[in-house]
Design a protein around this ligand. Structure first.
Ligand SMILES: *[C@@H]1O[C@H](CO)[C@@H](O)[C@H](O)[C@H]1NC(C)=O
Ligand SMILES: *[C@@H]1O[C@H](CO)[C@@H](O)[C@H](O)[C@H]1NC(C)=O
Ligand SMILES: *[C@@H]1O[C@H](CO)[C@@H](O)[C@H](O)[C@H]1NC(C)=O
Ligand SMILES: *[C@@H]1O[C@H](CO)[C@@H](O)[C@H](O)[C@H]1NC(C)=O
Ligand SMILES: *[C@@H]1O[C@H](CO)[C@@H](O)[C@H](O)[C@H]1NC(C)=O
Ligand SMILES: *[C@@H]1O[C@H](CO)[C@@H](O)[C@H](O)[C@H]1NC(C)=O
Length: 475
């Protein structure tokens, strides 16, 4: 399924890319990003355009998510991408000072917490990976670090939500001895991909741990982060010479069948978390994280930026990027920009590259009907309609918004901690007693429930295979 999708995409992409070269009268470049004012204006328009994909604040629609999920035929986007978009706007506000979307973001962030305030809403069990939950948790953490306005007192607070996600992921039922440790990709036992231990799930957990450690100064988080990074290293998902970061492996092979596809968000998330560890620790421990941060950053700049322009290597060359993958350039820009604040020794090389990349990104934002619509092929320098990627373009829009607004990082406050101005209230009990989808211990099962459960299992399986088709990079 994944293969035929991307083959179809490839053929169509080549045809359209070839066709677009024949069109005369290319649009003039719309965005200018030479001065701080121009960057803010460009970011403001890009933020407006991205919001046009979001229906969550309209009457009768569900706050927090982009239209979807695909498995239910409701739209192009999985649940997690809504959480990632919330984070993009939390950074947008932090970097530009424009609060226009804050109410929409707060509403979405709070609506999707699920009944236990741990970002495991029952509606999305069929695609509930540790990474999906992790992306929402990282957006909550970001809200705490950026001092995003606190929710009303009777609502869950940002820091507590991030802790809840972390605590559920640190609980014994998410950890087993296969492959010597590490989190599985999926949370529900029945989901396809439960047998896959991948980098992104563990990178989200590592990243949250590093950030919670720095924010709260509680070494329980530090120890988990340390252990998780070490596991990724030991199992060979990080190449010991090149620092290339691979996708994952299966428990049936003790994770030795490493899928070597490299996606930018895996490496960028590890670099970002390492910078938090570097910034928080001292002495020889800091020296260790300095090396890790530096090596990962160098690897990213070498592998994912072609002549200083972001290029999503595994999928971009042949028009095979899924809706998920079209967002990765955005996280890479945002996370690398924060690395420059926490590990200033990386600043010069990162900022130089983020600028050349953003310039290329806006150069191709010339699509109809506005004359400023963005595509994904930044190094080409010309707009290719998102239709070739089988999406309606939210990923493309989110990536360019992130690339442009991240140029303002030099003027923004670094991530706050509880001791340096943080205003979010935490809760060490958050999520501790949550029962995830594998622990439905409610009323005795009746005949009718049993039939219902069987149907649910079938739906979960079908849904899981759909998710696998979009998100798996194995085979
Ligand atoms: C949804 O939010 C956008 C952006 O703030 C705004 O323009 C629009 O009016 C809102 N729609 C509703 C129905 O509140
Ligand atoms: C779950 O899905 C139902 C049906 O689409 C919807 O009405 C409800 O708002 C959703 N709940 C959440 C928390 O998104
Ligand atoms: C499985 O992999 C882990 C981590 O690489 C290793 O420590 C362990 O010895 C391996 N187990 C077997 C049975 O090969
Ligand atoms: C955060 O700081 C406040 C005082 O500003 C203190 O009351 C609280 O205990 C601190 N929380 C943590 C987790 O250290
Ligand atoms: C540190 O965090 C853990 C939860 O991860 C909590 O159980 C523990 O009480 C915290 N320690 C302190 C000193 O607050
Ligand atoms: C940690 O981050 C702060 C905030 O950006 C920065 O001022 C400081 O220099 C960093 N620490 C180290 C050791 O680089």
């Amino acid at each position: 399924m994944a293969v035929s999708r991307s083959l179809g995409g490839r053929v169509l992409a080549s045809a359209l890319i070839a066709g677009s070269c024949l069109l005369s009268g290319a649009q003039a470049q719309y965005y200018k990003i030479d001065t701080v004012e121009e960057i803010k204006n460009a970011a403001s328009t890009l933020a407006y355009d991205l919001m046009t994909f979001y229906e969550g604040n309209q009457t009768g629609k569900i706050p927090g998510i982009l239209p979807g999920p695909p498995d239910d035929g409701l739209g192009d986007y999985y649940w997690w991408e809504g959480g990632a978009m919330m984070g993009t706007y939390i950074d947008y506000w932090h970097l530009t000072g424009d609060p226009s979307y804050n109410h929409v973001i707060e509403q979405g962030m709070l609506h999707q917490t699920g009944p236990n305030f741990d970002y495991m809403p029952p509606n999305h069990t069929a695609s509930l990976g540790n990474d999906d939950q992790g992306f929402w948790g990282m957006s909550a953490m970001l809200a705490a670090e950026n001092k995003f306005p606190n929710p009303p007192d009777d609502q869950p607070q940002w820091l507590a939500l991030a802790q809840a996600v972390f605590h559920t992921q640190a609980s014994p039922e998410r950890h087993d001895d296969t492959c010597g440790g590490g989190l599985r990709w999926q949370i529900p036992l029945a989901n396809t991909g439960y047998d896959y231990k991948n980098t992104i799930a563990n990178a989200c957990f590592f990243n949250l741990g590093a950030r919670l450690a720095r924010y709260t100064k509680n070494d329980t988080y530090l120890n988990w982060a340390d252990k998780t990074f070490q596991w990724l290293w030991d199992v060979g998902y990080i190449n010991h010479e090149t620092w290339d970061v691979y996708d994952g492996g299966h428990v049936g092979h003790n994770c030795t069948d490493v899928n070597k596809a490299q996606f930018s968000y895996n490496a960028a998330l590890l670099a970002h978390g390492s910078a938090f560890m570097y910034n928080y620790t001292t002495g020889s421990t800091r020296a260790k994280w300095e090396v890790r941060t530096d090596k990962l950053v160098d690897g990213i700049l070498r592998f994912f930026f072609k002549d200083g322009v972001a290029f999503e290597v595994p999928c971009e060359g042949h028009g095979g990027c899924t809706a998920d993958m079209l967002t990765f350039k955005g996280y890479t820009a945002r996370w690398l920009s924060v690395v420059t604040q926490l590990a200033p020794f990386t600043k010069e090389k990162i900022l130089k590259t983020l600028r050349t990349s953003a310039e290329a990104a806006v150069k191709q934002c010339t699509g109809p009907p506005t004359g400023r619509r963005c595509g994904f092929y930044w190094s080409k320098g010309e707009f290719v309609d998102p239709v070739v990627d089988h999406t309606t373009g939210a990923g493309e829009a989110m990536s360019v918004l992130a690339a442009v607004s991240s140029l303002l990082i030099e003027y923004a406050d670094p991530p706050a901690t509880n001791e340096t101005g943080g205003i979010s209230r935490g809760d060490y009990e958050a999520g501790v007693n949550s029962k995830g989808p594998n622990f439905e211990d409610h009323k005795p099962i009746t005949g009718a429930d049993r039939a219902g459960a069987a149907i649910l299992t079938i739906m979960v399986l079908v849904g899981g295979i759909g998710t696998w088709g979009w998100m798996s990079f194995a085979d």
